[in-house]
Design a protein around this ligand. Structure first.
Ligand code: AMP
Length: 213
């Protein structure tokens, strides 16, 4: 199975992508994680995109399309994959259609206010990657990772002004993709307000209907 997860940053794409990857034995491809890894390793790509990422803008279509093309054409994606964070522009969606025929695009829908509250409260452990939320899922000791004891940080792009910018970028550049997948009959829409298991059940029900059809 080849799936795309659509939704504004903070809609829960990453969480659902990890669960679905386990349930359907898919390779999880998070373009945000790939780009952050480049920044951490200070590769030429990482140095080039640092400012773009920190200000909540999108890296160029050309760069991200070539990164994704390489991964999905590699043996690790032979059994299927789930794309999380790609495509993010109509250009990227059309490029993906030329590279491969995906089965479904799942859109996790969440209101802007909920997203802003979720992202600006988010804390991450720079050592082990565990996520927390200041109010909804605080660490046991303030600002310290429960798992490895490292001090927690706020991602540069989770700061209030950048989050607002990311929300605007989503509406301006990414939302048109939803219409694109609807028109070609590949869109599944789920409500991203419920808890993780409810959303996962809703996605699985929709995927089951398709495999029966
Ligand atoms: P995410 O972790 O998915 O919220 O992505 C973090 C940042 O990575 C975004 O705000 C963009 O700067 C960049 N990014 C991730 N995926 C893409 C993409 N498909 N196209 C352009 N920029 C991307």
């Amino acid at each position: 199975m080849k799936l795309v997860l659509l939704g504004i940053s903070g809609a829960g794409k990453g969480t659902q992508a990890k669960i679905l990857a386990g349930q359907y034995n898919l390779k999880h491809i998070s373009t945000g994680d790939i780009l952050r890894d480049h920044m951490e390793r200070k590769t030429p790509i990482g140095l080039e995109i640092q400012h773009i990422m920190d200000t909540g803008n999108l890296v160029s279509d050309e760069l991200i399309i070539s990164i994704v093309k390489d991964i999905i054409s590699s043996p690790q994606c032979e059994d299927g994959y789930i794309l999380d964070g790609f495509p993010r522009t109509l250009e990227q969606a059309k490029a993906l259609s030329k590279i491969d025929d995906i089965d479904k695009a799942i859109y996790i829908k969440v209101e802007d206010e909920v997203i802003i509250e979720r992202l600006t409260g988010r804390l991450v452990c720079p050592n082990c990657g565990q996520m927390y939320h200041k109010i909804n899922f605080p660490p046991k000791k303030p600002n310290i990772c429960d798992i490895c004891g490292s001090p927690l940080v706020q991602r540069e792009d989770d700061k209030a002004e950048t989050v607002k910018k990311r929300v605007k970028v989503f509406h301006d550049l990414t939302e048109p993709i939803i219409g694109y997948y609807r028109e070609i009959g590949k869109l599944i829409e789920v409500n991203g307000k419920g808890d993780v298991n409810e959303i996962n059940n809703e996605i699985n029900e929709a995927l089951k209907k398709i495999s029966k059809a």
